[in-house]
Write a protein that binds this ligand. Structure first.
Ligand code: HEC
Ligand code: HEC
Ligand code: HEC
Ligand code: HEC
Length: 477
């Protein structure tokens, strides 16, 4: 049956294209548009409505032949829609929309470029969904961190059980519902946001899974979907916003006193009244060189809390309490106040268990499980791998490049080092490093050292961890 429609639709398209060429000189653009409209209407009636519904209430997909299109004017990005209608997009339902019916593999009907364009205009005009608030989800404000949260929530809410996405070049997930591989190019995000608020308003067979998500979680999941299939997505960097341009050290000082000093201490020495009960201890801000730390990290740890950067959950998230302006102000205060100079570092040495650079270095780190201790670096110690490890160490490792704590020389004297108890490992210290097998290093990098400032780098692929280890081994003297 579909085979019948296919050539018919295409044939009509050619006919109309030829007619349009003939009449183009005679018709005003207004009339042309009116012509497009009736053409689209006719197409819908004759070529689409046999499968798709354009009106009615949401109904069980098991009573439908194809996805509902009564909100088609709000749901898609125009370029995707035209690509879909002209047969350039990948199928959405790997097992067929009605996987419950055994059906031969079918191809979607294809229309000409100009018909697709007329249909898109027609949808835009007649099938807008009034429940969808324009501007409800601002794609230009999606941050890299939010996308990471979204990835976590996507997995935690079992989305991956029914929808496929692409991960490291592979398609993963259950294929029985709409593919989300290209969702960033496919959906209008305002529609997606409204869908997420109550999916049952669109499809009775979906959405239970989002029901217990909070609005920030929903936004994060949509942020995650907004980047799927989009090359070079431009992430928002909140620390470039006007709140940061207008940040005030004085206001930040007040915030520090009211919200931070209870743990970090009135003068940033980590000795606030709440500190004694915490493990790991609040960072000793007085010893940290804040102006040398990347803004992305400072923003994430203050705005989203310790957990977001793999640190202790005792470091709260401040966004909801002090807002963007408050976060900007308190960071401005940290940078203006705490510079972590050599004098402060020396003065703090007793509190932090010895200056970071000492060798041999006192070490209480937990031992890795046996299966890790038995591991050996599977990569050759080639210049290429060492160089790749160095780049991760110095610049790219997320949530925070190693050198910020371990120092550019690897001696444990990075700008954040002096605020940490115990201090970061001194990789230049051969006497300490020679007793640490590769598997131990691997395990700590992946899992962090609980109760210390060493956060887990669980997002790093194994190979990159091994490259880092090759680099660390070059530092020991
Ligand atoms: C023979 C049945 C059939 C006809 C005719 C048909 N479609 Fe479809 N359409 C489907 C099915 C089935 C899907 C689900 C996509 C898949 O299986 O990959 C779909 C998907 C779509 C989608 C994406 C829906 C979504 O959000 O998941 C759009 C848009 C669409 N069709 C528009 C049209 C238009 C416009 C026409 C008429 C020119 C048309 N279709 C004709 C069966 C049909
Ligand atoms: C048990 C399977 C299942 C799970 C789990 C699930 N979904 Fe769905 N989802 C569906 C079904 C079924 C539909 C309705 C569309 C269809 O008929 O395939 C749907 C529809 C959707 C749509 C709209 C698809 C479209 O183009 O119309 C999106 C977006 C979506 N789900 C996202 C999610 C997200 C995000 C999660 C996790 C929070 C999730 N789903 C969890 C089965 C599931
Ligand atoms: C309830 C106690 C508590 C409060 C209140 C608190 N923090 Fe923290 N903070 C911590 C702890 C504990 C850590 C150390 C986390 C770790 O190392 O795992 C930390 C770490 C940090 C760090 C990261 C330092 C590093 O190691 O990289 C910054 C920056 C920071 N806090 C800023 C603030 C600011 C600004 C405020 C006030 C708006 C604040 N904190 C309020 C407990 C607190
Ligand atoms: C926020 C500060 C911080 C960052 C960033 C950081 N580390 Fe650490 N690291 C520490 C601290 C503190 C320790 C000491 C932990 C302890 O004593 O158990 C440590 C310890 C280690 C150890 C010692 C393991 C052992 O068994 O003794 C290794 C290996 C290590 N880090 C590797 C890395 C690598 C690789 C990176 C970057 C991908 C990194 N660290 C980033 C703070 C940091």
């Amino acid at each position: 049956m579909q085979r019948g429609i296919f050539p018919a639709v295409r044939g009509l398209g050619v006919y109309v294209a030829a007619a349009a060429v003939l009449f183009v000189g005679l018709l005003s653009s207004q009339q042309l548009r009116a012509g497009d409209q009736s053409r689209a209407k006719e197409l819908i009636k004759n070529s689409c409505a046999s499968c798709h519904r354009f009106e009615g209430k949401p109904d069980s997909r098991f009573k439908l032949r194809a996805p509902d299109l009564m909100w088609a004017g709000s749901k898609y990005q125009r370029s995707w829609l035209i690509g879909w209608l002209t047969g350039k997009e990948a199928p959405l339902y790997a097992k067929g929309y009605r996987w419950d019916l055994s059906q031969e593999e079918t191809k979607h009907p294809v229309v000409s470029e100009s018909d697709a364009s007329s249909l898109a205009d027609y949808f835009d005009k007649h099938y807008k969904d009034r429940r969808v608030k324009v501007g409800a989800f601002d794609v230009s404000k999606v941050t890299a961190m939010e996308v990471e949260f979204g990835r976590g929530a996507y997995k935690a809410h079992a989305c991956i059980g029914c929808h496929v996405i692409e991960e490291n070049g592979k398609i993963v997930g259950g294929p029985q519902s709409a593919s989300l591989v290209e969702s960033g190019r496919r959906y209008n995000m305002d529609w997606l946001f409204r869908f997420g608020q109550n999916p049952q308003d669109f499809n009775p067979h979906s959405g239970e899974f989002l029901a217990d998500a909070t609005e920030p979680q929903l936004r994060a999941v949509i942020g995650f979907l907004a980047v799927q299939g989009v090359k070079d997505f431009k992430y928002y960097e909140p620390w470039t916003s006007k709140e940061f341009q207008n940040a005030s050290v004085d206001r930040g000082k007040l915030i520090y006193k009211e919200y931070c000093s209870q743990c970090h201490g009135a003068t940033g020495k980590g000795d606030g009244p709440a500190a004694s009960g915490l493990e790991p201890k609040p960072a000793v801000h007085a010893n940290m060189a804040f102006d040398k730390l990347p803004m992305e990290y400072l923003y994430n740890v203050v705005n989203h809390g310790g957990r977001a950067v793999g640190k202790s959950t005792s470091m709260p998230y401040w966004n909801l309490t002090i807002g963007q302006q408050g976060v900007a102000d308190v960071i401005a205060y940290l940078k203006a106040t705490f510079k972590g100079g050599a004098a402060e570092a020396a003065a703090a040495a007793p509190a932090t268990g010895g200056p970071s650079g000492v060798c041999p270095q006192p070490r209480k780190t937990q031992q890795a499980p046996d299966e890790f201790l038995a591991k050996n670096n599977p990569l050759p110690a080639s210049a290429e791998h060492v160089q790749a490890g160095k780049k991760l160490f110095m610049e790219t490792a997320k949530p925070l490049a190693c050198m910020n704590c371990h120092g550019t020389k690897g001696d444990g004297n990075g700008p954040a080092a002096m605020g940490l108890m115990p201090p970061p490992r001194n990789f230049t210290c051969g006497a300490t490093m020679k007793d640490l097998p590769d598997g131990q290093l691997f395990w700590v990098i992946k899992n962090g050292s609980p109760g210390t400032g060493m956060m887990p780098f669980s997002g790093l692929p194994d190979d990159e961890v091994w490259q880092l280890i090759h680099y660390l081994r070059t530092l020991a003297k």
